[in-house]
Design a protein around this ligand. Structure first.
Ligand SMILES: [Fe+2]
Length: 313
């Protein structure tokens, strides 16, 4: 599959600026990869988009400039790339993980970091990919970094990732309500979560400024629910009434219909075949995210920079 060819329909044309076009294509291929990693788990639809949105909102609140905010938001989108290296049996295990299984999960930041090595734009997001499970109290992984030794981007993404996990449905538990998840972030400020960023996030949460992201997979697009499996149906912006969606857990087929100005999913009683069930990246969303990042980042300069090295020596 030629991802860039598919995406080129959506990527903004940037005549006369090869570096910008190239940076856009390079970012688009990374985001597409992350999308397919996410698609392995039927219960994580929209997670990357939500983490990137939460990270953007928190970075803006913390006063980061446009280009750093764009970088932090990209880090949110790409943080879990390394999960491609974690077997399904562990990634999707509903029961408590054994110590050995947890050790396998803990390899994903380093796998992601290795996947990125050599990528000309890796250093933009490397901190988020490698260090989003570090904790200010030194009890995180992979390096048990403490406090300010953890880059700000990783501290921000860590909070957003945890909040989204808590407020998302899982087959073995329901989603926590917003205020309960916010209370947990508050309770663990300064230990699991950076105190200052946690305070900012709690303030955003309590004033309802995360509500349009929770339970959504794009701006204005809520996750829809499979009758058997919960919120596994991800609607893309270009989907319209009549479009068929498939639950990635049970393969149940749903048809979108318009009711009171919004799309709802009705079961058709059929199951999808292999072609129906193949995961499809939301190219329009990916290109929109890339276009916004390329607008905000000094990409030409960034492409010219030598790759930095990451992680403690
Ligand atoms: Fe992770």
């Amino acid at each position: 599959m030629n991802v860039i060819k598919q995406l080129s329909h959506w990527l903004a044309p940037r005549e006369g600026s090869n570096a910008t076009t190239r940076a856009g294509e390079l970012l688009a291929s990374l985001l597409t990869m992350a999308w397919f990693v996410e698609a392995r788990d039927p219960y994580t639809g929209g997670h990357l988009w939500r983490v990137s949105r939460y990270a953007q909102l928190l970075a803006e609140r913390a006063g980061f400039n446009n280009s750093d905010t764009a970088r932090i938001s990209l880090g949110g989108f790409l943080h879990d790339l390394g999960k491609v290296g974690v077997p399904d049996a562990i990634l999707r295990k509903p029961e408590r993980l054994t110590e050995e299984e947890y050790a396998v999960i803990q390899t994903h930041p380093e796998i992601g970091s290795r996947m990125l090595s050599g990528h000309p734009l890796a250093y933009l997001v490397q901190d988020a990919v490698l260090l989003h499970h570090e904790r200010p109290d030194g009890r995180g992984y992979p390096y048990r970094l403490v406090g300010s030794a953890i880059p700000e981007m990783a501290r921000i993404v860590g909070i957003c990732d945890a909040f989204d996990a808590m407020t998302s449905y899982r087959p073995y538990r329901s989603a926590l309500p917003r205020d309960e998840a916010i209370a947990i972030i508050h309770e663990h400020r300064g230990a699991q979560f950076d105190a200052q960023f946690a305070d900012g996030f709690v303030a955003l949460g309590r004033t309802g400024r995360l509500d349009h992201v929770m339970g959504h997979s794009d701006d204005g697009i809520p996750l829809l629910s499979c009758r058997m499996c919960g919120p596994t149906l991800v609607v893309h912006r270009e989907h319209q009434a009549g479009h068929h969606l498939y639950c990635r857990n049970c393969s149940g087929e749903y048809e979108l219909t318009m009711q009171d100005d919004r799309l709802i999913a009705n079961p058709t009683g059929k199951k999808g075949n292999a072609a129906d069930l193949k995961p499809e990246a939301d190219n329009e969303l990916i290109a929109r995210t890339v276009n916004a990042a390329v607008e905000a980042l000094p990409v030409a300069k960034l492409l010219a920079q030598p790759a930095a090295s990451f992680g403690p020596a």
